[in-house]
Design a protein around this ligand. Sequence first.
Ligand code: HEC
Ligand code: HEC
Ligand code: HEC
Ligand code: HEC
Ligand code: HEC
Length: 317
Amino acid sequence: MKTTSVYLNFLFCMITGLLIITGCSEVRDDFTMPAEAEFKVHPQGFENPQSENFHGTALKGANWNWTSCQECHGEAPMFTGGKSRVSCASAGCHVDREGKTKSVATCNTCHGDFRAAATDFYSFAPPRDLNKNTQTTARGVGAHQVHLRGNVFTVGIECNECHKVPSAVFEENHLEPSGANKVRFGTLSSTQTRLVDMDANPPRYNPDAVGPTCENTYCHGNFSGGNNFTPVWTIVDRSQARCGTCHGNPETGNPLPTTTQEGGPHVPGIFDCQICHWVDVDKPIARRLEDGTFVIEIKELHMNGAIHITGSKWTDW
Ligand code: HEC
Ligand code: HEC
Ligand code: HEC
Ligand code: HEC
Ligand code: HEC
């Protein structure tokens, strides 16, 4: 009887022991999960552009100084992984639409189209501005793309007509908040014509206007016979630049500049620009069509600083 109870006791202990061991190993499994989560170096959402903890926003707050990241992620600007083995490209993050890896120093990383190719110059400009806005009513976005890519009037205006363009990210005056000085007009915008004093009335960006405006630019009509129109940067619906706004009559859309009656060179009532404004007689700069509407035929020579009269180029008008 005694032997049996010793035996049963022994069995009971064995089973309890086993249960304890099994129990322990279950507890240990439970432990690995929180341990891994605690290992996260960065706050939740650090990789998510939608999160307020996004690393781009954090870097912006730190004046874009990414030297500290190199300690764990490898050398800037490629950040191939380093001891963290987490690289900017490996997770499919800093890559273009084709899947090609892009350096963090690419000109469309912090502003512009993040997924465009590193060499696509148009994509360096907003949209996406530095506050992640994409709508043209945001001043960081505004009329960028209609200027750059060309339109019915021009072949396109380059960045340096409105900005001092950095050749590298950490160049002086690039990353610092520059306010109104962000816009610095280039040579085309200040083209001097005979009847206008550009020095007294230079092109100016006015960020404080009801909508930010560009004043006195050659491009929008600050030239002999022009309207010196003041376009609003954040209205992108054609109303700020259509036939007649920069020269002529903005109400009717007729582009004929001031006439002889108004002290200009144009004969009142002669609206066929193609009679005089050509380089090659068959190829006028602009034409009035039979239905009375106007088209620019040679965009390269419209808004380029010179006028062209019956085969010759004029720069002193
Ligand atoms: C102390 C080392 C260390 C430093 C310094 C560091 N990181 Fe990390 N980073 C890591 C590790 C480890 C991971 C992977 C684990 C994690 O996500 O926390 C990581 C992950 C990331 C991720 C991916 C996040 C995710 O959850 O997928 C991004 C983005 C990132 N780091 C950006 C940065 C930037 C930007 C800096 C500099 C401001 C920086 N890191 C500095 C160690 C570091
Ligand atoms: C690390 C983020 C970052 C990268 C990468 C970057 N930029 Fe910028 N860029 C900025 C910031 C921030 C501003 C705005 C500064 C301010 O408020 O004037 C800016 C402004 C600009 C402007 C407007 C003019 C000015 O200086 O404010 C131009 C033009 C520009 N960047 C071109 C470039 C080009 C070209 C490259 C590639 C060589 C580049 N950016 C790469 C952050 C960046
Ligand atoms: C027609 C003039 C014009 C051209 C051309 C132009 N910009 Fe701008 N840019 C502006 C104006 C105006 C602003 C708004 C300034 C402000 O914040 O009030 C601006 C702002 C910016 C900003 C700052 C955005 C922000 O979030 O504040 C960047 C970056 C920039 N431009 C880059 C470029 C690049 C790159 C190009 C060429 C690919 C370019 N721009 C061409 C006029 C221009
Ligand atoms: C009969 C010939 C003639 C016709 C037709 C003509 N132009 Fe001109 N245009 C000129 C001459 C000459 C000048 C140079 C005047 C000067 O020295 O400023 C000129 C200059 C201009 C200028 C520069 C601003 C100015 O007034 O000097 C613009 C803009 C212009 N023309 C647009 C037009 C448009 C648009 C049409 C058609 C609606 C047109 N022109 C039709 C002869 C003509
Ligand atoms: C955004 C402003 C703007 C708009 C809109 C505009 N122009 Fe002009 N136009 C100019 C400027 C600036 C010049 C001065 C000459 C130059 O730089 O080529 C000019 C000059 C011209 C000339 C003389 C070109 C030459 O080289 O002799 C003609 C013709 C002309 N414009 C026709 C038109 C017609 C037609 C339209 C409408 C379809 C139009 N423009 C709309 C800005 C504008």
